[in-house]
Ligand binder design. Structure first.
Ligand SMILES: [Zn+2]
Length: 203
């Protein structure tokens, strides 16, 4: 049975690491700003710049890989730990829109709520986001890695945009992160069922 942890207590739990302890990343948690599809800050007053230490160690491998393979390119963290109550708010915000397929059902839980998932993109040497074809949380088929070849044929995505996504995929895969077919920015670390069974969920 998995245990629970409140947002207030993350800092006291040795299983979690603050993103500020990871050198060489940039952080812009969109759900802690109004720049998300709900249009308001869902995180304040809680600091959600935390990851489970297993995912944090893997993110350090991503940083090291980029430094070697693509110097000047920086990982930008868009979302890390996402408390269960926020997952429920996002779910409710998408009710009736036909877009709930982009979210994990609250009853099962998002891997984000265990600090074992990341939303991430890449910055170029000037600090601009690489063009991935869509922005973060653009809930359309153009964001779906599983649709890339079809979108390319239709002229709705370019080879350069796919190349940028592939760079992110390569950086993440070598560290053990697994992407999903519906969102280019989302990565899970570790076996999802094991995470749901054995890791602490942040409420
Ligand atoms: Zn995500």
């Amino acid at each position: 049975m998995s245990q629970v942890l409140t947002s207030e207590n993350i800092g006291a739990c040795a299983d979690f690491r603050h993103l500020s302890t990871i050198a060489g990343i940039a952080i812009d948690l969109r759900y802690a700003t109004p720049h998300n599809f709900v249009g308001r800050d869902l995180y304040s007053p809680f600091d959600c710049a935390w990851l489970h230490r297993d995912a944090a160690a893997a993110l350090e491998q991503v940083v090291a890989w980029l430094a070697l393979r693509r110097p000047g390119c920086t990982a930008l963290i868009l979302d890390a730990v996402r408390p269960q109550r926020v997952q429920e708010q996002l779910w409710a915000a998408l009710e009736g829109t036909g877009l709930q397929m982009y979210l994990a059902e609250p009853v099962r839980g998002s891997i984000h709520s265990f600090g074992m998932a990341l939303d991430i993109t890449l910055l170029d040497e000037r600090g601009n986001e690489l063009d991935m074809g869509t922005g973060f949380d653009d809930l359309t088929e153009r964001s779906q890695p599983g649709m890339e070849q079809e979108l390319l044929v239709r002229g709705e995505i370019t080879q350069m945009q796919i190349g940028h996504r592939q760079l992110l995929r390569d950086a993440m895969a070598q560290a053990g992160f697994a992407g999903i077919s519906s969102e280019w920015w989302h990565y899970d670390f570790g076996d999802r069922e094991q995470v749901r069974r054995g890791y602490k969920r942040v409420m």
